[in-house]
Ligand binder design. Structure first.
Ligand SMILES: Nc1nc(O)c(N)c(N[C@@H]2O[C@H](COP(=O)(O)O)[C@@H](O)[C@H]2O)n1
Length: 243
């Protein structure tokens, strides 16, 4: 690599490593961005020659493997029902549950990711972001809502992501997070570091699937100043078209 190319690579590396602490994806509700990471998301999996409506159904049923409760949970109408049945302590919980529950969760997540290419592409698109199941309802699988939880579900997702063959750690935050002081109408987006960043962001976006970009755009919502600027731009464009 020649001197100039090396210098440009260094600039790019420095630019993309800023704001690393903001590379965070919180998920929980299935109807919110990155909700496909939740075990309650409606992604059917096939495991052990059986179909499971969600990873939650599979996970909860494995607490009673080999008993009538396993199929009872598999056939539950919703993941919430499956969780309720699985948490019923009147049922005979398998003796080794504490030792095997994390590997069973991993098995279920792997099946979901391998059997649903859209979930796989969304997971891969998170690059080197830290993924949290963000909820006060769970301090083992989730982050406890205050970051003090163990976040085992988020960690498993990251572990699977990072070991995938086509994994690329690159993840670019939206421009308004990286350069909050550059106004949407500023010349700063058409020259210098702002323009440079937009070109990297554009290249990165081109590598993502439409499903992954939808999650990204829904998660990183435009700040008011950018919404207003886009509306003004749109008005100006329409006016020019009319003339
Ligand atoms: N929706 C919901 N409500 C709760 O109260 C929860 N703890 C969770 N977390 C999810 O529950 C599953 C594990 O349940 P167990 O408590 O180990 O039976 C797992 O899918 C967590 O992500 N979700």
């Amino acid at each position: 690599m020649d001197e100039l190319s090396k210098w440009m690579e260094d600039i790019k590396r420095n630019l993309l490593s800023t704001n690393a602490d903001k590379k965070i994806i919180n998920f929980y509700e299935t109807d919110k961005p990155y909700g496909c990471f939740s075990n309650f998301s409606k992604h059917q999996i096939t495991l052990q020659n059986k179909e499971w409506p969600t990873t939650e159904h599979y996970f909860q049923a494995q607490k009673f493997v080999g008993t009538i409760h396993e199929d009872e949970i598999r056939l539950a109408s919703t993941p919430m029902d499956a969780a309720r049945l699985g948490r019923d302590r009147n049922k005979p919980l398998r003796k080794d549950w504490e030792e095997c529950k994390v590997s069973i969760m991993r098995e279920a997540l792997l099946a979901k990711i391998e059997q649903h290419p859209n979930v796989k592409s969304i997971l891969l698109s998170t690059g080197d972001c830290v993924i949290f199941e963000h909820t006060i309802n769970d301090s083992f699988w989730g982050d406890g809502g205050n970051g003090q939880g163990e976040n085992r579900l988020g960690s498993l997702l990251m572990n699977i992501r990072d070991s995938m063959e086509d994994y690329e750690p690159e993840f670019l935050l939206p421009q308004w997070i990286v350069f909050p002081d550059i106004h949407p109408f500023s010349i700063g987006w058409r020259m210098g570091i702002g323009e440079e960043y937009l070109s990297y962001l554009w290249e990165w976006r081109k590598k993502q699937t439409p499903e992954a970009l939808k999650e990204y755009d829904d998660y990183f919502t435009l700040p008011d100043a950018w919404v207003e600027a886009n509306q003004i731009r749109e008005k100006m464009r329409n006016k020019t078209d009319e003339e």
